[in-house]
Design a protein around this ligand. Structure first.
Ligand code: TYD
Length: 214
């Protein structure tokens, strides 16, 4: 049986990760890997209900943090852990780094409390924290991301935040990446779609997750 592989994708709103996750999912399927493509907050019926609340209902930052971690707990136990135990590839659009970036960086909520919640929700029986094997961070200047977003649909509670919020979120991601450089692969998301797509594939080849095309 193949070993499970857990990859998360991060970046501020407007960094353009969705189409790249799609393309990567296809590359894994073409390579014959069983795959689960999922997202946070969400990924289970319960977590998708919590996502609706988090994205659209007013609440204080602690409540927001508790809801995203509650959603994460359900998602981990119902979807992610079983998939990894089967040996599947799990591609997850956002995971805990988003909580540190948005609730911690953006909202300024206590990183200590977030670390405690992270421990509660992600501790495995061995005591080790469940984290992605790889986190692909689509890094983009918040001003460019805001321009891209302004052309998009009706904004949710996060997308409607001012530029300063996204600068803090960006800093939040930078801090997480600096704390765990081996897990993070930073991609310059200001490059063209084709360049970013190739860069994502290069990372998979370098890590031995996908065979390089001959
Ligand atoms: P996003 O992943 O950008 O989905 P879509 O492309 O459908 O808008 O939206 C999720 C939003 O939730 C995004 O603005 C970041 C936010 N979020 C948090 O604030 N904390 C979290 O822990 C997670 C996972 C997401």
């Amino acid at each position: 049986m193949q070993q499970g592989l857990f990859i998360s994708f991060e970046g501020i709103d407007g960094a353009g990760k969705s189409s790249h996750i799609e393309a990567l999912a296809q590359a894994f399927r073409d390579a014959g890997r069983a795959l689960v493509q999922t997202r946070e907050p969400g990924g289970t019926p319960l977590a998708e209900k919590l996502r609706e609340l988090v994205l659209h209902d007013a609440m204080d930052p602690l409540c927001e943090a508790l809801l995203v971690f509650a959603a994460r707990r359900d998602h981990l136990t119902q979807v992610i852990e079983p998939a990894l135990a089967r040996g599947d590839v799990v591609l997850c659009d956002r995971f805990t780094d988003a909580t540190f970036a948005y609730q911690g960086g953006g909202r300024g909520f206590s990183l200590d409390v977030l670390s405690q919640l992270e421990h509660w929700v992600q501790a495995q029986p061995s005591g080790a924290l469940r984290q992605p094997d790889l986190t692909v961070w689509f890094a983009l200047d918040p001003a460019i991301a805001a321009e891209r977003l302004s052309a998009a649909r009706v904004p949710d509670r996060f997308e409607s935040q001012p530029l300063a919020f996204f600068s803090q979120v960006h800093q939040g991601y930078a801090a997480r990446a600096a704390a765990d450089p081996a897990r993070f692969a930073r991609i310059d998301a200001s490059a063209t779609l084709a360049q970013v797509r190739q860069e994502v594939l290069n990372i998979m080849h370098m890590r031995g997750y996908l065979a390089a095309q001959s």
